[in-house]
Each structure stands twice: as structure tokens, then as C-alpha cells.
Write a protein that binds this ligand. Structure first.
Ligand code: ADP
Length: 351
């Protein structure tokens, strides 16, 4: 008897996405199912290319088909991904229209590694197959241009700024619009104008994820950006010590007040791995941010170690995810990017 489409779909319902908590058939992931003689092919179309379960899904699907339908000789499963566009409140449809999801990266205070995390998250999402943009809105120290090594400024075509491309990601920086030497007191009005320009006048290509590196703290600039931009969710970067954590909590409250969902916390400079013996040491209290996150009911997306090579990576203008891809730190960023993408998928599924 010939195997039917219904039978195949029924058997594939055994595969459940642990994050979205539904089976891949009900989620509508199975596409282009073809049954020809003794061969079957189909696609599993995920909600993000950054899904860590890609190869597991493929393996499971092949196993299930072979086990359930022994008469089938070849099974061809292709894993694809299509990132969903986050729903936007009315009035925001035309703001950064080509960005499907906008992620604000904030911190309670400066120096916790917010920009380093933003750049490496963006790079990691791109390495995993996403189309990624990075908007450096850090007025106090727009450091993204340095971390991505481009000395030239972007060109303007018509009345739009064309983003630069480096390490697979498109980016623009506040540094393009405000000279770093401009004294902070002059920056106020310039900053509002520059923020407005960065939001309205950049010709972004189609993007799955636009990461916005916010200024540290919870001042006017952060509020303006969150009011003007349809942010899908926010990531808070904190080091695992009391001062950083208590200021990080202020950041959380700010996002909540602005109705921006919290995607999670990233604990940076979490621990130290000895480059000689590989032993882990805890400089602060490793996992402190994770515990706080649990208490407040948000996810801990990742723990990034203290890494000497991050300074080198900054100087060379190559994010550590690309400079030393097999390092523990690069792997930690990839894992954090996967968790971030999953949190976004969850929000979009609910929406
Ligand atoms: P912020 O954006 O929060 O002000 P930065 O990303 O500019 O912080 O980082 C501040 C300094 O800390 C930089 O010199 C950066 O190279 C360093 N740094 C950030 N994260 C790490 C890390 N995990 N290990 C070692 N140094 C780090």
C-alpha cells in the first residue's frame, strides 16, 4: 500500500520543539512534502537559522520515517529557516521597515561589556545564517566602528545613509554622525538629531535581526530610542557583582515601563578560564546574574567568560566569534545568540 501524506505528517508529530512546546507539524514547519515511489523528501522550515536543534530535527525525522515506513528507501530532509517578522503596534509600521526583529542591548552602567556583547551577538547570529544589522546608538562611546575595523565613513545615496558591512553584518554608528571629540555638553541636541537620523535615514537591507547597542543607563536617550523604535525585546548585559546587578535591574524596570519585553540577561565576565591549564576560576560569583534573572523571572541567555583575547579582537577589529571561533568565549556567544533567537521565536509565536 502506498504511504500517504497524512501518515507521514502523523508520524512527524512525534518531533516536538522543546522551546515552542508544540510538534513540528502543528507548528507548520513541514513543507514541500513529496512522495515518489520509495522516496520521500520534505523541508523542515524553522523560525530561525540559529536553532541549535537543526541537526537533531533532521536526524530524528529521518529515523522516524525509516522506522515507521520500512518500504521507503530514501528520505531527504532539508532544514531551512524563515525568521518571522515581529508584530508591531499601530503607527510603527514604517519605522525601520526592513528589520523583522529589533533587539535593544542595554546595561545599567558603562564598562560591563555591553558593546562587546552587542557586536559578538550580531556576528554570532550572522555566522548561524541570519541577516543581521547593528545600530550603534551608544552616544557616550560609539565603539562599534573600532570593534568592526572600518576607518571610512558610510556613503549617502540620495538622502539615505548606506550601512557599512563588516564580518557579515551591516552597521551604522552614532560615531559616523557625531565626532568623538565633540564635548559631551554639546552633544545633547546633536544627539537627538543623530538618533533621529539613525532611525529614519538609513537604507537597511532586509534584516532578520537588527541589534541596537543602547547607551548605558536609563536616561533620555534610551527612552527616546525605545519610544521611537518598535523594539521586539531587550537584552540586559551585566557583570556578576552587586553594583552592576542592581543597576541592571533599573534597566529592566525601564524596559518594562516602556512595554518592551525582556528577552533575557547576559552575564559578561562571568568566570575566567586559565589559558594554560583550562581550569575555570570564578572572579566574581559565577552565576549571580543567572540567579537574579531566575528571581525576576527572565531567562539567562548566556554566561561569557573574561577573555584576554577580547582586547586583541577589539584592536584588530574582528569580533572574537570570528577571530577565534573555537575559543570557549566564541562558543559562549554562539550559544547566547541561539538562546536569543529562540526567545524571539517564542515572542513571535505568541504574537
Ligand atoms: P560597555 O559597552 O559596557 O561600556 P565595552 O564593550 O566597551 O563595555 O567593554 C569595556 C571593556 O571591557 C573593553 O575594553 C572590552 O574589551 C572589555 N571586555 C568586555 N567584555 C570582556 C570580556 N568578556 N573579557 C575581557 N574583557 C572584556
Amino acid at each position: 500500500m502506498k504511504v500517504t501524506e497524512t501518515q507521514i505528517l502523523e508520524s512527524l508529530k512525534q518531533i516536538v520543539d522543546p522551546d515552542l512546546k508544540k510538534d513540528i507539524v502543528s507548528l507548520g514547519f513541514v513543507k514541500d512534502l513529496k512522495i515518489e515511489d520509495r522516496s520521500i523528501s520534505f523541508k523542515i522550515n524553522l523560525t530561525t537559522p540559529a536553532c541549535p536543534l537543526k541537526s537533531e530535527f533532521k536526524k530524528k525525522a529521518e529515523e522516524i520515517i525509516k522506522r515507521t515506513f520500512p518500504e521507503i528507501e530514501t528520505v531527504n530532509v532539508e532544514i531551512t529557516a524563515e525568521v518571522k517578522k515581529a508584530e508591531r503596534p499601530e503607527g510603527f509600521l514604517e519605522v525601520l521597515p526592513s528589520a523583522k526583529n529589533i533587539v535593544a542591548v542595554g546595561s545599567g552602567k558603562g564598562g560591563v561589556g555591553k558593546s562587546t556583547v552587542a557586536v559578538n551577538l550580531a556576528t554570532a547570529l550572522s555566522v548561524l545564517g541570519g541577516k543581521v544589522g547593528l545600530l550603534d546608538a551608544d552616544i557616550y562611546g560609539p565603539s562599534v566602528s573600532m570593534m568592526l575595523k572600518t576607518s571610512h565613513k558610510p556613503i549617502v545615496v540620495g538622502d539615505k545613509i548606506v550601512p557599512l558591512k563588516s564580518n557579515g553584518i551591516f552597521y551604522v554608528s552614532m560615531g559616523f554622525l557625531i565626532e568623538e571629540e565633540t564635548p559631551i555638553i554639546w552633544r545633547g541636541p546633536l544627539v537627538s538629531r543623530a538618533i533621529e537620523q539613525l532611525i529614519s535615514d538609513v537604507d537597511w537591507p532586509e534584516l532578520d535581526y537588527l541589534i541596537v547597542d543602547l547607551p548605558p543607563g536609563t536616561g533620555d536617550a534610551q527612552l527616546t530610542i525605545c519610544q521611537r523604535v518598535p523594539v521586539t525585546g531587550a537584552v540586559i548585559v551585566s557583570t556578576p557583582n552587586d553594583v552592576a546587578l542592581s543597576t541592571a535591574k533599573r534597566g529592566l524596570v525601564m524596559f518594562e515601563k516602556m512595554n518592551v519585553p525582556i528577552l533575557g540577561i547576559i552575564e559578561n565576565m562571568s568566570y575566567f578560564v586559565c589559558p594554560h591549564c583550562g581550569k575555570e576560576s570564578e572572579i566574581f560569583t559565577k552565576g549571580m546574574a543567572e540567579k537574579e534573572a531566575e528571581k525576576i523571572g527572565v531567562s539567562c541567555l548566556g554566561k561569557i567568560p573574561i577573555e584576554g583575547k577580547i582586547a586583541e579582537s577589539g584592536e584588530r577589529g574582528i569580533p572574537i566569534v570570528n577571530l577565534y571561533p573555537s575559543s570557549e568565549t566564541a562558543k559562549a556567544f554562539i550559544k547566547a545568540a541561539e538562546s536569543l533567537a529562540q526567545e524571539i521565536s517564542k515572542i513571535n509565536l505568541k504574537g
